[in-house]
Design a protein around this ligand. Structure first.
Ligand SMILES: [Fe+2]
Length: 256
């Protein structure tokens, strides 16, 4: 599996505190089936993003952990005016592996400037992946916006643990609502540590396989995120595959 959203680098933000914790996190990821993980420290007004330092820490962590999982570079890009001006000047600085894909995080409330910022970034050739749409209260109040954004070509990345209920009932039910409508393209961990926000995708994958299909699980955990780290188009021509019937879901084993 490919995990495009994680805070595994030591001492950069509210993720791993030190190299020991970073190592534990990547080990946990590898042991639960993640072959590739993108290190995405925050780029916002609290945590500045320094691509050179991020590269250096990735190299150190990769050397310390060995070849698995392969660690890629990216950031958790907060949508505000300063960040955008810099991203427009240096489009490859913030994107995943220097590709066209940018992981974009919003405020909890959705601002009227958001569509304008999206357009600006897209005009510069950036493809937007919106992180955890299910966790913004403002977006939960306007679900039609997600539909509109997906129709405009933006990709939605839901957090694995939201589907399993670990971000509360509202995030859980909205993430499932989005799944039912084929509005989720990628599932990622957004891991911050080894105890409550973990770099583990296997449980959520099992849940998607049980509730929907192995085909959909493959797209959300392998095929789509792999296209992102390799800078290829995400093929949505046959997306989403049909959901399992109620009958077959009823008789499938469901993880607790
Ligand atoms: Fe994040």
């Amino acid at each position: 599996m490919v995990d495009i959203h994680s805070h595994i680098l030591p001492g950069l933000d509210d993720g791993a505190h030190d190299m020991d914790e970073s190592l534990e996190m990547v080990k946990m990821a590898a042991e639960t089936g993640t072959t590739d993980i993108v290190a995405t420290p925050h780029a916002d007004q609290q945590y500045r993003y320094h691509p050179g330092l991020v590269r250096k820490l990735i190299d150190e962590l990769q050397t310390a952990c060995g070849p698995d999982p392969k660690i890629h570079q990216g950031c958790d890009f907060h949508l505000h005016s300063d960040n955008i001006e810099d991203a427009l000047l240096h489009t490859g600085r913030y994107t995943v592996n220097g590709t066209q894909y940018l992981l974009v995080e919003l405020d909890d409330a959705i601002h009227t400037s958001t569509p304008e910022y999206f357009d600006k970034l897209e005009r510069a050739g950036i493809k937007i992946i919106l992180t955890h749409p299910e966790r913004y209260a403002g977006l939960r109040e306007m679900p039609e916006l997600v539909e509109h954004w997906v129709a405009a070509g933006r990709l939605m990345q839901v957090t694995a643990q939201s589907l399993l209920g670990r971000f509360g009932q509202q995030a859980s039910s909205f993430s499932r609502h989005l799944m039912d409508r084929g509005l989720v393209h990628i599932i990622a961990s957004d891991a911050h540590n080894t105890h409550d926000r973990v770099p583990v995708l296997s449980e959520a994958r099992e849940w998607v396989e049980t509730q929907y299909s192995g085909t959909l699980a493959h797209l959300l955990f392998d095929s789509h995120p792999r296209a992102v780290i390799e800078g290829r188009d995400v093929d949505l021509s046959r997306f989403p595959p049909q959901r399992k019937s109620l009958w077959s879901r009823f008789f499938s084993r469901r993880p607790s």
